[in-house]
Design a protein around this ligand. Sequence first.
Ligand code: AHN
Ligand code: ZN
Length: 327
Amino acid sequence: MKKFFPAAAIICVLIIIGITSCERKKDKREKPAAGIECPEFSADSAFQYVKRQTDFGPRVPNTEAHANCAAFLVAELGRFCDTVEIERFDVKAYDGTVLHSQNIIGRFAPENERRIILASHWDSRPFADHDQNEANREKPIDGANDGASGVGVLLEVARQLAARNPKIGIDIIFFDAEDYGTPSSVDLPGDWWGLGSQHWARQAAATGYNAEFGILLDMVGASDATFYHESFSAYYANDIVSKVWGTANKLGYGQYFINESAHPITDDHLYVNKYANIKMIDIIHQDKKSGTGFPRVWHTLDDNISNIDKNTLSVVGTTLLAVIENL
Ligand code: AHN
Ligand code: ZN
């Protein structure tokens, strides 16, 4: 009996440690409220997908980095999607430069009549026109947040979807030539942003393509990201805004997905709404306190991989998977 007691005590202590460490693990995983499906999204994988893009250098149309990154995106989508399609087009930018561009589209269940779109732009801005340092303003940006973050999240979403075979058709669209818009020093009327989505949406309208709705990601990688009800999204597709923000809030992501309206942004979703007549929302980081209305690093050389936060990528990716799972 004397010998047994210490052994029993040790076993008790081990059991207690076991129970408490399990509880701690549970807390860390930020389990969502019961009743909502929560598939696993790998923040590490999404981060690597962002880094793989910025490692090519700035993905400005007509550059080698742009061509190399396109090949990478086609290959990655090819691993996960049922089909991959490249839509090539030439388009004139505000300064007369002809941009050799490509929208890259990966489809799940292409035969399914019921479809949704997940999109992001994959090009990066040719100049850091909002950099504090004037000497940097003609240099191209890495666009880790502005471009690569949305694509990184969607590549990881594609990897997850391949593993679980979604019941609905899903088109993942990487728009090109979004970010070649007029620099702040140039005041020229015209639709100079979202050139790739304008091309895609006109094509979609001409060929009778349709989808139930779409979700655009733009700048979804900063640590302090705040996503508001961007006004074009609320105007064209308020039911989708409610669905996405409602899902995020149920998952416990209310500090990111804020139920407040914010300025309209001329982004790819506007042209999909206007020209393709498909309702698309924009999950875009808007900062109500910054001078530009966008995050601090927007269109500066500081928009690089060192300012990407895995947690934010995960919050957005997990929300998308939950939205899909609960359709
Ligand atoms: C305008 O500034 C008019 N649109 C911003 C769209 C954008 C640029 N999103 C990311 N970069
Ligand atoms: Zn931009």
